[in-house]
Write a protein that binds this ligand. Structure first.
Ligand SMILES: *Cc1c(COP(=O)(O)O)cnc(C)c1O
Length: 373
């Protein structure tokens, strides 16, 4: 049979899973325990932490979407990262990039303090600088691309080659682009993680994470570890995520179309100093002319909600300095461009002209109010 396209696979997640009832929509199996016929005989399900049919349907789809061998649905994006890092121990060294999600940076700081796992941060520019960070105890390279919130794309194939040469596990947080725009495993990464709270879920209504791996022995390690730890995604949340995934391709298309239009509008606006948009996806960052404009702008926008997340159908505006990246010291932030003038948009799927009109009226009001421009 011809391999089905991903659009088809997501639309059909959970269909034909229940022989008995013919349910088209994936049933939510809340049962935590599963009856055994006899000693050593089971339906394949014993206890919900170890395995759950609703979670299985989701995980199967996630693995296919990301070109992986196996996927794991976790209770949050952060627990997905925590699970991945169970592979490492005291004395290990990890290389990451500077421009990453603030929560990841915070977790790494904690691992450094509590477990003496060392971290080095690369600025994402020259690969020779990355080579200099390598130590005998280096175990992994952890990146986000596009970077967050500066939206710089890194070359996955080149980094995969580098990781291979230095025997590093190559871990990519694919939250921003999703498998619709980028499939890191196909380009040589070993592990993909997601905050599925964002685009995969897509509706600002479920906290979830995902880990997808390519190598069967790595998959076996994570299966065992996830069962041991128990940070699995609950059945109802699995169902919400399945529901969200069904429209992933439709949504991403609209997010991108809208973001391209909003980016073009911002490019031409006198109050905008610089637009950071890689041309793909739904996330845009920009530098506003003056830091004093930020707060009034946040207050005057009517459609863009000032909130700390991304990837949902509703457009959001985030101020990384005090929200997503508040745990990174100001001096460090400033040194790589995450300044107090930086604002981040998660462009939703509303009518793009309405979004542009909202920004336009917002800029006009703040210009009058603050008297800069
Ligand atoms: C939100 C986010 C996380 C953390 O995920 P949670 O679901 O909030 O735990 C990790 N990485 C990126 C890129 C994120 O945006």
């Amino acid at each position: 049979m011809v391999r089905l396209k991903r659009e088809t696979i997501v639309a059909q997640i959970g269909n034909k899973k229940c022989e008995k009832t013919g349910a088209v929509n994936m049933p939510i199996y809340l049962s935590t325990a599963y009856r055994h016929e006899d000693i050593g005989r089971s339906t394949g399900f014993d206890y919900t932490r170890t395995g759950n049919p609703t979670r299985d349907a989701l995980q199967e789809a996630l693995a296919v979407l990301e070109d992986g061998y196996q996927a794991f649905a976790t209770s949050s994006g952060m627990s997905a990262i925590q699970l991945v890092f169970e592979k490492f121990q005291t004395g290990d060294h990890i290389i990451s990039i500077q421009d990453i999600y603030g929560g990841s940076f915070r977790l790494f700081q904690q691992m450094e303090a509590k477990y003496q796992i060392a971290f080095s941060y690369w600025d994402g520019n020259v690969i020779d600088d990355l080579t200099e960070l390598i130590r005998p105890e280096s175990k992994a390279l952890f990146i986000e691309t596009p970077s967050n919130p500066l939206m710089r794309e890194l070359n996955l194939a080149e980094l995969a080659q580098f990781a291979k040469e230095h025997r590093l596990l190559f871990i990519v947080d694919n939250t921003f682009y999703t498998p619709v725009f980028q499939r890191p495993l196909a380009q040589g990464a070993d592990i993909v993680i997601h905050s599925a709270t964002k685009y995969l879920g897509g509706h600002n209504d479920v906290l979830a994470g995902a880990v997808i791996v390519k190598d069967p022995s790595l998959a076996a390690f994570y299966e065992e570890t996830l069962n041991a730890i128990g940070c699995v995604l609950a059945p109802f949340d699995c169902w919400l995520l399945i529901r969200g995934l069904k429209t992933l391709y439709l949504r991403m298309k609209q997010h991108q179309e809208n973001a391209q239009a909003v980016a073009a509008f911002l490019e031409g606006h006198p109050l905008v100093q610089q637009v950071l948009y890689p041309g793909k996806g739904g996330m845009i960052s920009f530098y506003i002319q003056d830091e004093r404009l930020v707060s009034p702008l946040l207050r005057t926008l009517k459609l863009f909600t000032f909130a700390e997340s991304l990837g949902g159908v509703e457009s959001l505006i985030t101020y990384p300095a005090t929200q997503t990246h508040a745990d990174i010291p100001k001096k460090v932030r400033d040194s790589y461009g995450l300044t107090n003038q930086l604002v981040r948009l998660s462009v939703g799927i509303e009518a793009k002209q309405d979004l542009i009109n909202d920004l336009s009226q917002g800029f006009s009001k703040v210009e009058a109010e603050v008297g800069i421009g």
